[in-house]
Design a protein. Structure first.
Length: 94
């Protein structure tokens, strides 16, 4: 099967405000979603190595199309162990 494009790229960031300053204010991307999500129910608890209760998710891109999905976990402790688990993902359109 031949891939025809990239749907979006997802990354976990340490500081959402600093990340938004770069992508929105410097690169000129626009936000299509900015929400706090409950990660303690459904399939979400299986997504992370450590227990997470919430995450902030921001979808950002050009022309209303989401290109980048950034997540952060407000209020969670930061440690080397947590830093090593940070995830990035690319979703391909195949």
């Amino acid at each position: 099967m031949e891939c025809t494009g990239i749907s979006h790229i997802a990354v976990c960031v340490r500081d959402m405000d600093k990340s938004l300053t770069f992508y929105r204010d410097i690169l000129g991307m626009t936000i299509s979603k900015d929400a706090i999500e409950d990660t303690s129910t459904g399939a979400m608890p299986n997504t992370y190595k450590h227990q997470r209760n919430t995450r902030r998710t921001v979808h950002i891109g050009y022309g209303g199309e989401t290109f980048l999905v950034m997540t952060t976990h407000p209020g969670d402790k930061r440690s080397e162990e947590h830093t090593s688990e940070l995830q990035s993902r690319t979703n391909l359109a195949c």
